[in-house]
Design a protein around this ligand. Structure first.
Ligand code: OGA
Ligand code: NI
Length: 295
């Protein structure tokens, strides 16, 4: 129900029961490490070889690296009746606003085409292909008629950030995610070596994370990073996630070059992105979707 949207509800003085996570599933914010050295890559650098080497390193070690806001905030501060027009639970809708039960966020999901209008993905895919020692246009070609979906996330101030999440731990189902975050409000955390690391937002910097399809296409060389969003008691936060997706009928299967040879058999069976996406939305949230496709 649109009336459940957090951004339509006014200010909360205490956290409503349904957002309170069981003790064992809480964020344990004291245990989170502050980001010191998450790789930052200058994609505008003339030294292409260096970019490729940095991308390879970042995707292998973190599954994550960092590489522009205002309109989104206006949307979530529209009157409730206006926002209600966009509210939907139907995942096939091209634009929908959702409240997520038990997550301290509202979000809008947009399907955007054509890709050429959302440039940053392109050069990135070239650099990532090269970093896997593939032809520069390999990924771009294999991904077919790519789609770019966007989620505009709104995390209101929260009366008790220790008891809930904006978004609980997950990996993204697509190929690559590019996240624009509020430069002044932290909230994104990534899991590395069993510990949560808080990503400090940097001005004029996009966050890039490896998502499930890149893990599958690279035959496990690059890992789809587990990440989550926590919330704040004194500051609302907005982020815009742009999900690079393969065309729907595209078969996801790693190139021969990355299979066998150095003793690395195919980790996952081939499947179409359609099939994966359906599974992703129908599984339980704590199940890693790629596990269903393991050989
Ligand atoms: C997502 C996501 C993180 C954030 O939308 O999938 O991980 O910081 N967002 O909002
Ligand atoms: Ni995500």
């Amino acid at each position: 129900m649109a009336s459940q949207l957090l951004s339509a509800a006014g200010k909360f003085v205490s956290l409503p029961e349904k957002y309170v996570r069981p003790e064992s599933q809480r964020p344990r914010l004291h245990d989170v490490i502050n980001d010191t050295n998450i790789p930052i890559i200058d994609l505008g650098s003339p030294d292409k070889q260096q970019i490729v080497a940095q991308v390879a390193d970042a995707c292998r070690s973190f599954g994550f690296f960092q590489k522009m806001m205002g309109v989104a905030s206006e949307f979530f501060h529209l009157p409730p009746e206006e926002k209600a027009k966009y509210y939907s639970d139907d995942p096939t809708k091209k634009m929908r606003l959702k409240e997520s039960v038990r997550n301290w966020r509202d979000y809008v999901r947009l399907h955007c085409y054509p890709l050429e209008e959302f440039v940053p993905g392109f050069r990135l895919l070239g650099a990532i292909s090269l970093s896997l020692e593939l032809e520069e246009d390999y990924l771009e070609k294999i991904l077919g008629e790519q789609e770019q979906h966007m989620a505009v996330n709104y995390y209101p101030t929260c009366p008790d950030p220790e008891l809930t999440y904006g978004l609980p731990a997950h990996t993204d189902p697509n190929v690559l995610t590019i996240l624009l975050q509020d430069p002044n409000v932290a909230g994104l955390q990534i899991l590395k070596d069993g510990r949560w690391i808080a990503v400090r937002p940097l001005p004029n910097t996009l966050v890039v994370n490896v998502a499930d399809q890149l893990q599958a296409l690279s035959n496990g060389r690059y890992m789809s990073v587990r990440h989550r969003a926590v919330v704040n008691s004194d500051k609302e936060r907005i982020s815009v996630a742009s999900f690079l997706c393969p065309g729907n009928g595209v078969v996801i299967s790693p190139p021969e070059k990355l299979v066998g040879g150095d003793g690395c058999p195919a980790m996952y069976r081939s499947y179409t992105y359609d099939e994966y996406y359906d599974k992703f939305w129908s599984r339980a949230l704590d199940e890693h979707c790629l596990d269903f496709f393991k050989r």
